[in-house]
Every structure is written in C-alpha cells, then in structure tokens.
Design a protein around this ligand. Sequence first.
Ligand code: DAH
Length: 337
Amino acid sequence: MKQTLENIKAAAMAELASTNADIEQIRVRYLGKKGELTAVLRGMGQLSPEERPVVGQLANEVRAAIEAAIAEKSKEMKEKELNDRLAREKLDVTMPGASIRMGHQHPLTRAQREMEEIFIGMGFEIAEGPEVEYDYYNFQALNIPENHPARDTQDTFYITENILLRSQTSPVQVRVMEQKKPPIRVISPGRVYRSDALDATHSPLFHQMEGLVVDKGITMSDLKGTLETFARKMFGDSTQIRFRPHHFPFTEPSAEVDVSCFVCGGKGCRVCKGEGWIEILGAGMVHPFVLQNCGIDPEVYSGFAFGMGLERVTMTRYGIDDIRLFYENDERFLKQF
Ligand code: DAH
C-alpha cells in the first residue's frame, strides 16, 4: 500500500510537471472524492492496527505534497499567463501616432479671404445679396433695360421671366444703396451664373467680387488709388495698374483695369501671354441713373464701383491655366495650395 501511495505521488508530480493545461482535472483525479488517493484511504480498514497510523500519515503527506505541487503549478501558470499578456499587449508610447489628415481651405476661398482682408483694411464692409435675383436688380436698375445688347454677354438661367440666377454681383450695389445712405463703402463677394459652356476659361458658375463707394466728392482718382493699393497688396509692391476706356451701362466713365504682370514685371511672358499686362476687373464712376434708381441724389453724391472675377484673380495669382480645376475636387490639384 505504501508503494501504491508512492506511485500515486510520483504519477501526480510527473503529470503536473508536464502539463500546461487543466490542473483542476489533475486535482479531481488524484484528490477528488472518487480520486485515486481517496480510494487508497478507503481501503485502510483492511490494514492492521499497527500499520494504519503509518499508512495514514504517509497518505496525508502524499496529499499535502500533491496539494502544494498543484498550488505551485497554478501560481506558475497564472504568472506565465500575465507575462504572456503583457508581452502581447505591449504598447510602445514612443511610436509616432496615427495622424489625422486635416483638410484646408479651397484656393478660391483663400484668395477671397485675402482680398476681403485687403479691402477691410481700407475701411470696406462686406455686403451680401441673393444668388436668385430679380431681373430688376440684375439688369434694369443697373441701366440695362429689356432688349439692351449688354444682356447678350450676360445670358443666364431664368427661374421665371422676372427671376433669374444673377449674372454678376453688381445687383448687390443696388440692394445696398436702397438700404443704406452714403457714406457707403462695401465689397460683395459671391457666386454668379451664366449660360456659358464649360471650357478652360468659362464656367456656368463662377465668382465675382463687387466694390462700391458712394459719398460726397468721390472721384476717379479715389477709384485709382483704391485699386492700386489693392493690386500692390495682392500681387506685390511693384505692381502697376492701367486703365483702358471701356463701356458698362451702369458706370460713366467706365474702364477695364489691368495689372502689370507680376511674373515678368511687364516684359511679356507665358502668364501674361506676352502682353506684360493682365486684365483683372471692370470699373467706373457709378452712373447717375443708377444712383437715382436707388434714391440717391447724383447732384449731391458720386461714387465708384468695380467688379472682378475671383477665379481670374486666383488663376493669375497662382498660375492656374484651367478654370475647371477649381470645381473638380481633385486632391492632386487642391493639395498644392
Ligand atoms: N458686372 C460687370 C461684369 O460682370 C463687372 C463690373 C464692371 C462691375 C464695372 C462693376 C463695374 O461694378 O463698375 O462684367
């Protein structure tokens, strides 16, 4: 029987040493109610009274030894599991983080903000007007009656006979003058529409920025000084401006305004197409009829106005040769700004 006990102990120890799995199963098999050790203890009744305490003590020692070995093994396994987990879940805090990609302003928005800042610095306020506009504001009040040939170049999209998508930001001039009496100093950036086919230089939707100043004693030299200041801030200190006579129904006199090419300085290059000058806007002195239409007395007040294409200024500024790039949302283009 002693031998059986020794065998049980040796077997249990060997099993514990070699397993990495279920030690509970081992405990049940050796120490459980139906376990091998228990079976031996049950058979103790057949032993002689002298043998009993000796075997009993040995049995207790074997039990204690197995229990201790199980406890030890269990502790060892828990430690190993913890170490494995620590190794597995190790976090290197010195690794660079996964960066979040930030977007940025569209080149047109950037150019618009830049232009706004320049005019705000000269005391202008920003005015807004609707993109869906009355024929009256877009044309009639601006001295462009029905059947006037100037409507041909500004054909747009009509909602009804009297309501259209504005073809220029100039109607905001009229809306501002109706609401506010002089002194007036506003710019008005925004979307405009024309029924033009899309190509490298035309788009049915584009942007303009209007400017309007009305006060007593405003002259053409105020217009020149304002535009010169703007051009130098926008395109560089050495920029020159040039006025060419032109015709707009809502200004008299009217002019188209060019800036000296900021790439070649006026010598002629690819950007200015050999001209040395780049046209950026239309301008003039507000026509007395327009002032009158808005309830401002042209005998007392005078004003100047200008309107420029935002795409045009931005394309010039960044050397972009196709207007469609602005609207295609191609990251390869947008990323460059
Ligand atoms: N609205 C004109 C256009 O779209 C541009 C323009 C010219 C605006 C002269 C003005 C101006 O305010 O005075 O072609």
